[in-house]
Design a protein around this ligand. Structure first.
Ligand SMILES: CCOC(=O)c1ccc2c(c1)NC(=O)[C@@H](C)N2
Length: 116
């Protein structure tokens, strides 16, 4: 298939990310976890990811496919459900974001398939 033009694809990713950010009202996924917040975080989580990092990667054209973008979204969720125990607000927020964010990404994929 012909490569989808880069700029519209990046606008689609930015819009998709905005929708995911909207579904994190307490903004626990907005920025990288800091060592002050979780001193042992980087011993447990080898590949940290957050929405601000994803936004930089969109701006830097580091996502060539929507699957690469989805992989980082999945990482945000998986890291949170790995580091935080089930009975925490963090873990529960990750489950909620996984379920609501899944629909956002599926919709974005449909649009890419349609245009791409
Ligand atoms: C002000 C205290 O903030 C935190 O302890 C804190 C703040 C943000 C967090 C987090 C912990 N843990 C996480 O796993 C990811 C999702 N975000």
């Amino acid at each position: 298939t012909i490569e989808m033009q880069l700029q519209p694809f990046n606008i689609l990713l930015r819009n998709t990310l905005d929708q995911l950010v909207e579904r994190d009202p307490t903004r626990i996924f907005a920025e990288p976890v800091s060592v002050e917040e979780a001193p042992d975080y980087f011993q447990v989580i080898k590949h940290p990811m957050d929405f601000s990092t994803m936004r930089s990667k969109v701006t830097g054209h580091e996502y060539r496919t929507i699957d690469e973008f989805e992989k980082d979204f999945d990482l945000v969720i998986k890291n949170c459900m790995t580091y935080n125990s089930k009975d925490t607000v963090f873990y529960r927020a990750a489950v909620k974001l996984r379920d609501m964010g899944g629909a956002v990404i599926r919709n974005a994929k449909r649009i890419v398939e349609k245009i791409g």
